[in-house]
Design a binder for this molecule. Structure first.
Ligand code: CAA
Length: 275
């Protein structure tokens, strides 16, 4: 367990992570972030998202794989529903109070929350969501923020925000559309229906579905395989694949050449260790 983690926003202690409903373990190139409020089905608040952003900003440089998991029966039941009440969550405010902010201030708050999600796609780490039970709203979006998703057979994904009069705003809409296409994404969001694990795999929302008691082991095996690949090679490959959809074939081919020249020089060129 990392007692503290230092990021661009300062140093965060294990106690502060705990108060935000998170637990962090770092070791062997792996960071495991546990959503750790099982008695509330790992419901999240702005403090959770801020702590996630801190973890991203202060990630030790040897971490290459990040696992997001939930304690207890659910991955996450999404935002803490007390936020919808005027009294809100102690120390966290409430949506009715936030709605009184001016637009720029409110935009900034959401942008800060989104930072808890976006770093999970940075090229030098691979992020894996290990999902059991419910992943609702912000919980579904957190799973979508990860590069890879391993689902237990009982996983139940639900984009509930439109049912509550809100849009999904924690960076989930793009990976959802990228994975399932516009029409299916629209149907999933506007109906607020549950997508089970098998359907999620068929739709490309899960790389792997395993029996519930096999989730930890399956994620452990996946992480070991990811960690076995050379870091610089993994980073370059992720960069290539991430940009592929936005490039023409000609542009992508040029990027492949550029990355390969750098790899070959690192592996075989003058100046490499032992050359
Ligand atoms: N916020 C706060 N508390 C929650 C919670 C949430 N999102 N979800 C569950 N809990 C609490 C329950 O109130 C309950 O507390 P008590 O024991 O004190 O009564 C405890 O967690 C256990 O919940 P359940 O008994 O309901 O557990 P379950 O296993 O039968 O059901 C569940 C699990 C299907 C996730 C159900 O709890 C549920 O539907 N929760 C609400 C989900 C939801 O609507 N989330 C908001 C989505 S929108 C979003 O996330 C994005 C946004 O920004 C708006």
């Amino acid at each position: 367990m990392a007692d503290t983690i230092g990021g661009s926003r300062g140093t965060v202690s294990a106690t502060e992570f705990a108060e935000a409903g998170l637990h962090l373990d770092v070791g062997g190139g792996l960071a495991t972030i546990t959503l750790n409020r099982p008695e509330r089905r790992n419901a999240m608040t702005f403090a959770t998202w801020s702590a996630l952003a801190e973890i991203g900003a202060g990630l030790p440089p040897d971490v290459r794989v990040v696992v997001l998991r939930g304690a207890g029966p659910s991955f996450s039941a999404g935002v803490d529903l007390r936020m919808f009440q005027p009294e809100g969550v102690p120390g966290q405010g409430s949506f009715p109070a936030l709605a009184r902010l001016d637009d720029a201030e409110f935009d900034q708050m959401i942008a800060a929350a989104q930072e808890g999600f976006t770093w999970l796609r940075r090229p030098d780490v691979v992020s894996v969501a290990a999902v059991q039970g419910h992943a609702i709203g912000a919980g579904f979006q957190l799973a979508l923020a990860c590069d890879l998703r391993v689902l237990a057979a009982d996983a139940r994904l639900c984009m509930k925000e439109p049912t509550l009069g809100l849009v999904p705003d924690l960076t989930g809409t793009k990976p959802l559309v990228d994975a399932v296409g516009y029409a299916r994404a629209l149907e999933i969001c506007l109906t607020g229906r549950v997508v089970g694990a098998e359907e999620a795999r068929e739709l490309g929302l899960a790389e792997l579905v395993v029996p519930g008691d096999g989730l930890t082991e399956a994620v452990r095996d996946l992480c070991a395989a990811l960690l076995a690949t050379d870091r610089d090679t993994a980073t370059a490959t992720k960069r290539l694949l991430q940009g592929a959809a936005g490039r023409t074939l000609t542009e992508q081919a040029a990027c492949e050449r550029r990355e390969q020249v750098a790899r070959m020089k690192a592996l075989f060129g003058a100046g490499r260790p032992g050359a």
